[in-house]
Design a binder for this molecule. Structure first.
Ligand code: BGC
Length: 454
């Protein structure tokens, strides 16, 4: 009996993803570096990013070999603004040359780069001037985007302006966990607004420099549900959280109308039609409920469903089926092609990652079969890396390859072996599930038990 096979559309892009601060090391002129060195508990065990995965000093090249070993044909990375513009208005050409080297090596390996221009970190000069709350921040970003694309346009045409504006703003200005550690809801909306302006202006600036560019942004979506669907208060909480995290950037990108919960409505005309594609970063589902013990926090409570598979700590529920409705929503709202720009899970011992990967790919495949224009999938992450406020907490290992941060040695995990087979086959089959994730065989291939064994 031949194996059953889920095949993806021809030309589907298979990739991995990383970000500059998380893998490069030595990003001394950005706000995260300064934050880590406060050593006041803001990062797990007061870790500092240090050499990270060593990309700046040469490890990138070995990892590009690993991309090849995985049979991937694309990789999403970011360029570090603080390296390229360490002082406002002054360009560091050595840094641009190093990125040229890395992108060239990728192309030689047959890997198409997707380059993100902002992935959470800011140059210190920008942070000192008030960061993304500053009214000129969009203009600073536009200037930076035009410079980078002007310099590197011969190496790629696939650009992602900003990674997860909603998460950046929520962590930095609402939860107060990331620099500049503010808890100010008005500022949260102001920052998201400025990032939307920045994206829209960068979109135009990039197309001015490279008319054929494909420009999008990476949108983080949480799959919110009311814990008890028949409770009006739980529904209210779920809608509130959905609008706060998900709806906030989607609506303005679709309509050009900015309608924050707090602050003035405004027409941001350029935001409409500012996407050639949209990226979905997906990690978790959460159920919202009214929490009377948290009246200070507007009564907001949320949790994973009892008994559901979760990540460590407050990570939330791992929910591969959520991918389909989220893809549908992005497409119906924005009507542009999609990439899954991040998907993965923290899993120190690679116990559940292979099964989670196949379950997730199943729902991406289903979306493709429903004719949603999903063009590619970027697994987070290629290698273990610096996980922001979780630092190098071993529970937050995301890599297909493990990294020993003391020696930079890499270990190929089983999920890397599986992903290499998936990318080579442009899909996955029963045999791969049996070998790497027997626990998902019945779910993904329910008829398998009826087949005579060969
Ligand atoms: C971010 C990554 C991060 C990943 C896992 C995403 O929201 O873009 O930088 O490492 O989540 O937490």
């Amino acid at each position: 009996m031949p194996d059953a096979m889920f095949t993806f559309p021809q030309g589907f892009l298979w990739g991995t993803a990383t970000s500059s601060h998380q893998v490069e090391g030595g990003n001394t002129r950005n706000d995260w570096w300064a934050f880590e060195h406060l050593q006041d508990g803001g990062v797990y065990d007061n870790h500092v990013s240090g050499d990270a995965a060593g990309w700046w000093e040469g490890e990138a090249e070995g990892d590009i070999e690993r991309m090849r070993e995985l049979n991937t044909n694309t990789h999403r990375l970011s360029v570090e603004w603080s390296r390229i513009e360490p002082v406002a208005g002054r360009w560091n050409y050595e840094a641009l040359d190093r990125y040229r080297e890395i992108l060239t090596a990728m192309r030689k390996a047959g890997i198409k780069p997707m380059v993100t221009l902002h992935h959470f970190t800011n140059p210190q000069w920008m942070a000192d001037r008030g960061g993304w709350a500053h009214p000129e921040s969009a203009e600073w970003f536009r200037r930076f985007a035009a410079k980078v694309v002007g310099d590197l346009a011969d190496l790629t045409d696939l650009w992602c302006t900003i990674n997860e504006p909603n998460i950046y703003a929520a962590q930095s200005y609402f939860a107060g966990l990331w620099p500049p550690r503010q808890q100010n809801i008005t500022r949260y909306f102001q920052v998201v607004r400025n990032m939307v302006h920045a994206h829209a202006q960068a979109y135009t600036a990039i197309h001015d420099v490279q008319p054929g560019a494909q420009v999008g942004l990476a949108k983080h979506m949480i799959d919110w549900h009311p814990m008890n669907p028949s409770s009006p208060l739980d529904r209210l909480m779920s809608n509130l959280l959905d609008s706060f995290f998900n709806g906030i950037t989607l609506e303005v990108l679709a309509t050009g109308e900015w309608k924050p919960l707090i602050g003035r409505n405004e027409t941001i005309g350029e935001a409409k039609n500012s996407l050639d594609w949209i990226g979905l970063n997906f990690y978790q589902r959460l159920d919202a409920f009214f929490d009377p013990s948290n009246l200070k926090g507007l009564g907001i409570g949320y949790q994973a469903r009892p008994g559901a598979p979760t990540g460590p700590e407050a990570w939330g529920e791992l929910s591969p089926p959520s991918l389909l409705p989220l893809i549908r929503r992005l497409f119906e709202t924005l009507n542009v092609p999609l990439y899954i720009t991040e998907n993965g899970m923290p899993d120190e011992h690679d116990t559940n990652r292979p099964g989670h990967l196949l379950q997730s790919l199943y729902w991406v495949w289903k979306a493709c079969m429903h004719n949603y224009p999903v063009r590619g999938y970027y697994f987070w992450s290629l290698v273990d890396n610096f996980e922001w406020a979780e630092g190098y907490d071993p529970r937050f290992r995301f890599g297909l390859y493990g990294v020993d941060f003391a020696t930079q040695a890499r270990t190929r995990r089983d999920s890397a072996r599986l992903y290499a087979e998936v990318c080579a086959a442009n899909g996955f089959n029963t045999q791969m599930a049996r070998t790497y994730a027997p626990e998902v065989v019945d779910e993904l291939f329910p008829g398998v038990g009826d087949q005579p064994s060969t």
